[in-house]
Design a protein around this ligand. Structure first.
Ligand SMILES: [Zn+2]
Length: 121
């Protein structure tokens, strides 16, 4: 288990429909994106946890690309980590900061991708 890379463990979680993050056993910080060392205290003792998948939009941008406009958002998860993702199911330029959102996994070209949708207690 410890031989797998942090990113590998995270992607396995996505494939199982789970949003995984790490928590430092040294200072209790929630750590994301997955990594080998705690960015707060430098400890290498990070434990995996499964997020409840509820969060709040911290920032949101509508990005215009070749395939049209897409959303890029930062979501603050209730467990205390921040994640770059996108909000699905809402027009890319109509996502509002402070909106409660919930985690979902969508399949994109055969790979599971983490997104969020409006609506969470
Ligand atoms: Zn730490």
């Amino acid at each position: 288990m410890s031989e797998r890379s942090p990113d590998g463990v995270f992607r396995e979680g996505l494939a199982a429909g789970e949003l995984r993050f790490q928590r430092c056993r040294g200072c209790a910080a929630a750590v994301f994106p997955p990594r080998a060392l705690c960015p707060s205290c430098g400890a290498d003792d990070l434990a995996w946890e499964r997020s409840g998948g509820r969060g709040t939009v911290y920032s949101t941008t509508a990005v215009r690309g070749r395939d049209g406009v897409r959303n890029v958002a930062l979501v603050d998860l209730d467990e205390g980590f921040r994640m770059m993702t996108r909000i699905d199911g809402t027009a890319p330029d109509e996502v509002a900061i402070g909106t409660r959102v919930s985690f979902a996994v969508v399949d994109e070209d055969g790979a599971p991708v983490a997104v969020f949708r409006e609506g969470a207690a």
